[in-house]
Write a protein that binds this ligand. Structure first.
Ligand SMILES: [Cu+2]
Length: 491
């Protein structure tokens, strides 16, 4: 581990604030004739650059970025508008852009070889899709993501509601985790076997909006909509806002019943987002550290809320907290077709499978899964480290692991028979998380990426209403690259 950063719990200097993404907001050109959707024309260029991740006097870090900024420019449009985005590849290798969480037509989903040919160096690909859902989304390459995202290629995509939530400030924090050397350069050991077998590429420097942050200026009484996006390859965050009690109002862009997060911590696996309503209830001139507590024994202070001397108001405002629902089709659980999905592999994977097959053996209801797990025990060989339903993905062209009948409701009963957490992402759809370990979830939240704990079973439900071949994979990018992905066909 490096001597520098993330900031320690005792750090009190506020020299480096949270850099806004606003400076880099991409201002789209608007078109729109009566009756036609408003079209937003945008341009992104992926290319090598340099970025000041660390405060001076550290040098700028060589990165790969969009429009010479980390994160890439915040794309901000209104719900119902059409985005037309020309992506130019200024890298020395192929790339694509995936619009994470946005329900695009299949051909616009940005998966190389599956939905489009990769964009060659020097070439431009034009993406075009409608912003059907309001919410907090993001964009990143889907080509060698473990290195391209890891070197800084990602940016926020915000779709505003027709009637946005009333707040004093709407703020985006894109979280990332970097593995930097003493020279502030990114360690070049992408795709290392140890990272693939274990928790993925965990770094030693955490940034908010591309900067190591120490202070975030707030005012007493202020209400902030805080949009959190986890753009890290592998780091999971569990943010504790000290004496504050933020309300979660949306997850993965989709509105959820406003609630305090379980245990007071906002947990975000890679690719996941949460919209919080943060009422700044601290005293003037006080400080409160936001602490990331996910990895036990490795807690650190992410950023300090720094109260100014002037209060905005004495008590939190009495404004509505509910967001309007997006136009998602409601799955009919009773009529749904059920599918089993089993995740296996990784370090200590054999041990967990033995243990889980044993406990399922004592539980008559576990029958099919037990047989499946037993039959898979002989398959833990070859160069795939992670498997879905006994298959480790290899190469760019994949046959579907499941076909979902279009227009129908489906339940995916997923079992994580590994010793590691996995954020599982389905492209092209949002799904309801309906149960965990057999217990109904309190909010039946819509997600596009669901974090599964080791040994956990999770049921998700969706209407398969977006036709095409869709990626289904772990968003720990080192797990994805070493087998933990598949294709789900909607036809
Ligand atoms: Cu994983």
């Amino acid at each position: 581990m490096s001597i520098f950063l993330p900031p320690t719990l005792t750090r009190r200097n506020l020299l480096a604030g949270v850099a806004g993404t606003a400076a880099a907001t991409l201002l789209p050109v608007r078109h729109g004739l009566a009756g036609a959707p408003v079209v937003r024309d945008l341009a992104l260029r992926a290319a090598p650059g340099r970025s000041a991740l660390l405060p001076a006097p550290r040098g700028r870090t060589p990165v790969w970025s969009y429009n010479d900024a980390v994160p890439g420019p915040e794309i901000r449009v209104r719900q119902g508008e059409r985005l037309r985005i020309a992506v130019e590849n200024g890298l020395d290798e192929e790339t694509t852009v995936h619009w994470h969480g946005v329900r695009t037509p299949n051909a616009m989903d940005g998966v190389p070889h599956l939905t489009q040919p990769p964009i060659a160096p020097g070439e431009t690909f034009r993406y075009e899709f409608d912003a059907v859902d309001a919410g907090t989304f993001w964009y990143h390459p889907h080509q060698r993501s473990f290195e391209q995202v890891g070197r800084g290629l990602y940016g926020p995509l915000i779709v505003e509601e027709a009637e946005p939530l009333r707040v004093d400030r709407d703020v985006t924090w894109v979280l990332d985790d970097w593995r930097l050397g003493e020279d502030a350069a990114i360690a070049g050991d992408f795709g290392g076997r140890h990272d693939m077998m274990h928790a993925g590429r965990i770094g030693n420097v955490v940034t908010i909006n591309g900067r190591v942050a120490t202070g975030f200026a707030v005012r007493r009484g202020e209400r902030i909509r805080l949009r959190l996006i986890n753009a890290a390859n592998a780091r999971i965050f569990a943010l504790d806002f000290a004496d504050h009690a933020p309300l979660v109002v949306a997850l993965d862009g989709q509105p959820v019943t406003p609630h305090r997060p379980a245990g007071g911590r906002v947990v975000l696996g890679p690719a996941m987002r949460a919209d919080l309503v943060l009422d700044c209830t601290g005293r003037v001139d006080s400080r409160a550290m936001v602490v990331d507590r996910f990895y036990e024994g490795l807690e650190y202070g992410l950023v300090e809320l720094a109260y100014g001397a002037e209060p905005l108001r004495d008590a939190p405002p009495d404004w509505p907290l509910e967001l309007a629902a997006n136009p998602l089709a409601e799955p009919d659980i009773g009529a749904a077709t059920r599918h089993q999905v089993l995740f296996t592999g990784g370090m200590m994977g054999r041990m967990v499978m033995d243990e889980m097959a044993g406990s399922l053996g004592r539980d008559a209801s576990g029958g099919g899964m037990m047989g499946r797990m037993r039959s898979m025990m002989g398959m833990m060989h070859g160069d795939g480290i992670w498997l879905i339903n006994g298959m480790a993905a290899k190469g760019p062209v994949l046959e579907p692991m499941l076909t979902l009948k279009r227009g129908r409701s489906h339940v995916l009963a997923m079992t994580n028979a590994t010793a590691w957490p996995h954020p599982i992402h389905l492209h092209g759809h949002s799904f309801r998380v309906v149960s965990r370990n057999g217990d109904p979830t309190p909010y039946r939240e819509w997600q596009d990426t669901v974090l599964m704990a080791p040994r956990e079973t999770v049921e998700i439900a969706l209407v398969a209403d977006n036709p095409g071949d869709w990626m289904f994979h772990c968003h720990i990018l080192e797990h994805q690259m070493s087998g933990m992905m598949g294709v789900i066909r909607v036809a």
